[in-house]
Design a protein around this ligand. Sequence first.
Ligand code: CTP
Length: 411
Amino acid sequence: MTMGEKANFHGRKILLGVTGGISVYKSAELVREFIRRGAEVSVVMTENATRFITPLTMESLSRNPVGLDMFSLTDERTMGHIDRAKWADLFIVAPATANYLAKAACGIADDLLTTISLVARCPVAVAPAMNTNMWSHPTVQDNIRTLEERGVKIIPPGEGELACGDKGKGRLADLDIIIKAAQELLYGACDMSGLSVLVTAGPTRESMDPVRFISNPSSGKMGYAIAEAARGRGAVVTLISGPTSLKDPDGIETIRVVTAEEMLAAARDHIEANQWLIMTAAVADYRPVKRSTRKTKKDGKKKITLEMESNPDILMELATAKGDRLYVGFAAESESLEDNARKKLLSKGLDLIVANDITERDSGFEKDENRATLLGREGYVERFPLMSKLELAHRILDHSSVLWRAAAKNG
Ligand code: CTP
């Protein structure tokens, strides 16, 4: 499997600029590949690009309106040029003609694509494609250098027979190379490639009878975000999920469980094969002592007492399997956030703990955003502002990777 084949863009927004060259037909294939890997794609075409391929093709493949004209009222109403540029996590121009490169290098903004090029602040890549004499022309090479110096990633053209019959450098880079470059720009150089990561997510559910259970409001979003972020960075991910309304993420083996005991059994089965354990699940600490197979009748009772017994602590149970593995836990706290989280970090033998204040209204359970504090064993503390769960997932993985690499170096 090539790197491009493994790349995954789930939840990432890619803005694809398409300029007018014979290799435009490959951009259509590129859109399909990005979509297949879970990205949301928005295409902007220059007028010349529309001579090679219709906007309808791009619109159908990308499932989003294609941007064509700066001054189109409908385009600007659906997604204005500024919004389109700000929307993107990654902006790629493929194919990029010599004309586009020249304009981008000089800051000319005379159409939608070149204007967006000045607005975009996300990572930018260009994949030039042109006749080989044009490519080697000093003006084009100067423009390439200028763009590169400004931080634009150049995906160099490949060599071979060109559409015009000439041989040499100039054909659009292979799609696999473009996808790999996109992957690196979005996630860094696939820094978790070769790692196996076990993630738990969601609540557990502890039944009293067939229609009643004890649980908590965990949606599973944080754990799923971590699983998807790790997969996007090249890791092989196994997700053990309690009951959630989220669908199984693509490319991740997802094991569905209901109770804490089932989650422990699944974690035990998988811990040996994994190098990291990230325990985001909100495990129910107690379960009803009696689990009736029949629905308990009210029988006119005004009060009932439910006897509960403790569930196993999954992290504690897996402590003996830790060895060189990296363990990351979460702490849900309503007071003394950092003190309580640190106690859990130490008592559960973790490398890292992510502390959440569950009393905050704008973050945590069921929300798409989270505000968290990361604590490490040697007194490390990082307080993150409110951010999307996917972004937080990447920050947690960033720090975990640093610890993992440091341990490998010292070990
Ligand atoms: N955890 C676990 N098994 C449990 C309970 C929690 O493995 N039975 C894990 C969670 O997945 C989390 C960490 O332990 O990574 C801390 O969970 P949290 O609910 O914050 O704390 P508890 O250990 O349950 O302690 P308390 O409820 O007293 O705060």
